[in-house]
Unconditional design. Structure first.
Length: 142
């Protein structure tokens, strides 16, 4: 059985279309920085990053090392897809000697100090690691 969509018919046989979304939502300019350690299966991982959102594309750097598996990412931040007063989500491409060609990271700043409060999660390939910081801090800058 084939699906046949319903036709759109206006009384005068004309349809006016005005897009309800004319572009991507703008993000507030800002910067997020962080470094520390998170628990991963079998041990711990270390990370350090800075990500900045200005009037153009995101920029910055991320370094991540899973000390148990040996996975290492040395990456350039190229996009910030979420930026709020307490969270950010950013992604980018990694150097040729990295475990994965790209990454996406989500971070949360829940106060000072960050240990036991802030969160860092990274996705690379099919792997997702991270969680609440066991040391370090995440800082959202306005």
């Amino acid at each position: 059985m084939l699906f046949k969509p319903d036709a759109v018919v206006a009384p005068d046989n004309n349809v006016d279309f005005i897009p309800f979304l004319t572009g991507c939502p703008a993000f507030a300019a800002g910067k997020v920085t962080g470094g520390g350690q998170v628990a991963v299966t079998g041990g711990k991982a270390s990370f350090g990053f800075n990500a900045k959102q200005g009037s153009g594309a995101g920029s910055g750097h991320l370094d991540y090392m899973n000390h148990f598996t040996g996975a290492h990412l040395n990456c350039t931040v190229t996009a910030i897809t979420e930026f709020t007063p307490t969270s950010a989500k950013f992604s980018g491409t990694c150097s040729a000697n990295s475990t994965s060609p790209s990454f996406t990271a989500s971070v949360e700043d829940h106060g000072e100090p960050g240990k036991g409060k802030d969160k860092f999660t990274i996705m690379y390939g099919v792997i997702t690691e991270g969680g609440t910081l066991i040391s370090g801090n995440i800082q959202i800058h306005k």
